[in-house]
Design a protein around this ligand. Structure first.
Ligand SMILES: Cc1cc2nc3c(=O)[nH]c(=O)nc-3n(C[C@H](O)[C@H](O)[C@H](O)COP(=O)(O)O)c2cc1C
Length: 249
């Protein structure tokens, strides 16, 4: 801690600024992120707490040509499976027959529990309304969703892998680390977006990285410089944390 930050009161404005500047950014400029800047952000992320200090996760970081190959591979996976995602049974059968089913370690597209689904629907509606995609316009939705596969054009595409031998704690620790990484990136003038959709497929990352057997892909993320695009003016609502009611008496 520096002298300028000798009291809790002094820390608060800086924390607020970084916390509230971070948000999911969904359009990036193509400018590369300097390697030393990326290293600083990863070093900051290493400061995150973890279960028994085991740090039960790894990152795979793609930049440059590797990121472009990964982007193309994910876009191709998305195109192959878009109709099946929408529930088209014939398209699903074709995916299965051609061995192109999503091969992610976890079921990214599993239905949400009813009590959480409404939140996700509310986000989807707000986002589609913000970018002007009308309800029922499947082609426009597909075109937008495909951008997830392309990591929204970000120059850095990251993947978070969790140790399967210490779940669910590994998933929790990975989340703590990822938010630390995001806040550090924000403080360094960078923008980020977690992209769970990238975890629907393993093939594109396995083609580019030697992932140890026990590590499973839990999410991807985009990192780079925010583009001046209307989608980046979107703000998600942040409801208060749900509090479990205490028992009476
Ligand atoms: C693990 C994880 C996966 C996510 N996956 C996606 C994704 O695939 N696509 C997307 O646009 N946003 C994704 N998000 C971003 C959330 O929608 C976003 O964090 C939430 O709506 C709150 O908005 P904010 O981050 O802008 O504050 C993901 C967030 C997390 C934590």
């Amino acid at each position: 801690m520096t002298d300028a930050h000798s009291s809790v009161e002094d820390l608060r404005p800086d924390f607020d600024a970084v916390l509230h500047r971070r948000r999911a950014v969904r359009a990036f400029r193509t400018d590369p992120v300097p390697e030393d800047l990326l290293t600083e952000v990863l070093d900051d992320a290493a400061q995150a707490p973890s279960w028994s200090n085991t740090r039960p996760y790894m990152l795979a970081i793609a930049t440059g040509e590797r990121a472009e190959r990964i982007r193309a591979a994910y876009a191709a996976e998305f195109d192959r499976s878009a109709a099946a995602q929408r529930g088209d049974k014939a398209a699903m059968a074709k995916l299965a027959l051609t061995g192109s089913m999503p091969d992610g370690d976890y079921k990214v597209w599993a239905p949400y529990p009813a009590d959480l689904r409404m939140r996700s629907v509310r986000l989807g509606k707000a986002l589609y309304t913000h970018i002007g995609i009308p309800r029922g316009d499947k082609a426009a939705r597909d075109a937008y969703n495909r951008r997830n596969g392309e990591a929204f054009g970000a120059p850095v595409i990251g993947f978070v892998l969790v140790h399967s031998g210490i779940m669910p704690f590994a998933a929790m620790d990975a989340g703590l680390m990822l938010q630390t990484l995001f806040l550090s990136a924000t403080a360094h003038g960078l923008a980020t977006c977690p992209i769970g959709m990238l975890a629907a497929w393993r093939r594109p990352i396995d083609a580019e990285f030697e992932v140890p057997e026990e590590y499973k892909l839990i999410t991807g993320f985009a990192l780079g410089y925010e583009a001046d695009e209307p989608i980046n003016a979107f703000r998600a609502e942040h409801d208060p944390i749900g509090l479990v009611p205490p028992r009476e008496g």
